[in-house]
Design a protein around this ligand. Structure first.
Ligand code: FE2
Length: 306
């Protein structure tokens, strides 16, 4: 996968379309036709003022509590420090039905000790936090999100994956350009990402960037379970074109809905402020979920809807 990481917006960078709606308004009325056509045409939908600041604060406080209670055990440490793919794959591969903590790359020094406070070393929490933690469950199952999911065509929405992303000050890593359907594949494709800005996301602290309209292209890579390790199949090695990327700067409380085939990325955070966000990935239960997707739920923990 070729990384592209624009660090500043060129003067001519296209500005994203922005809508203003509260969750309450959307729960009552649903999205209007302009919003639905924006999503259909561009592959994303940016809604400002969606979540009240207090709910963002409550989710951040809950994430702080979870991190505080987390004792970095051997598995988590090993995941971040080993190159042994089977150990990494197991810690990651089981996380689809758990609350697991993933450290920033380079969080540990050569003696295996954290180079900064634990709370400033975590890259993300994943990937079943929406089902296992009551505060995240409630936030994820906001009625307006359910209404949006239905309006954009998810017949039987199932909440598949959640990630709490810290994008820590100074060390928050970049996320290279990718399509979410590369990682969560259904037949036909159906994954939709709901990305909540819990703090202001800016050019300086690593906001999202997207390639508008390119969600119509098929996935170029597929990440899946292989016989022994996770593997990536490359169907199309063409690099994504950085010039076409549009920065999706987002004020706290903004929701960005991302089509599963829309290429998107985020830059590193070299600023002194964090850029915390919460992402929820939803699929359509009417589509076939592939058996070799990395994320598999055990039989006693089936996916649930809103
Ligand atoms: Fe993504």
């Amino acid at each position: 996968m070729t990384p592209i990481a624009p660090s500043t917006a060129p003067d001519t960078a296209a500005q994203p379309r922005r809508f203003q709606r509260t969750a309450q308004e959307l729960a009552a009325k649903g999205p209007d036709s302009a919003m639905l056509s924006a999503f259909r045409d561009e592959g994303y939908l940016l809604i400002e003022n969606f979540m009240p600041a207090e709910r963002c604060d409550a989710l951040m406080a809950r994430a702080d509590e979870l991190v505080e209670a987390f004792v970095p055990d051997e598995a988590a440490t090993v995941f971040s420090t080993t190159s042994k793919s089977h150990i990494r794959d197991r810690y990651f591969g089981e996380s689809g039905s758990k609350i697991r903590f993933f450290f920033e790359e380079g969080a540990f020094n050569e003696n295996g000790e954290l180079g900064q406070a634990k709370a400033l070393s975590i890259n993300k929490i994943g990937h079943a936090i929406h089902d296992l933690d009551p505060v995240f469950d409630d936030f994820s199952r906001t009625p307006a999100v359910a209404r949006l999911a239905g309006a954009i065509g998810l017949e039987t929405p199932l909440l598949l994956q959640s990630m709490y992303i810290f994008k820590q000050p100074n060390i928050g890593g970049e996320v290279v350009c990718h399509q979410d359907s590369t990682f969560l594949t259904t037949d036909p494709m159906s994954v939709v990402g709901f990305w909540f800005a819990l703090e202001d996301a800016t050019l300086d602290n690593g906001c999202l960037w997207a390639l508008p309209g390119q969600h119509r292209a098929p996935i170029r890579e597929r990440f899946r379970r292989g016989d022994e390790t996770m593997v990536t199949d490359v169907m199309d090695p063409t690099p994504w074109s950085a010039e076409e990327a549009v920065p999706l700067e987002a004020k706290k409380g903004t929701l960005i809905v991302l089509h599963g085939q829309l290429p998107h990325l985020s830059g590193p955070n070299h600023s002194p402020v964090s850029r915390q966000a919460y992402t929820l990935h939803v699929i359509d239960g009417a589509c076939r979920y592939l058996g070799d997707n990395w994320l598999q739920r055990p039989a006693d923990m089936p996916l649930r809807g809103f």
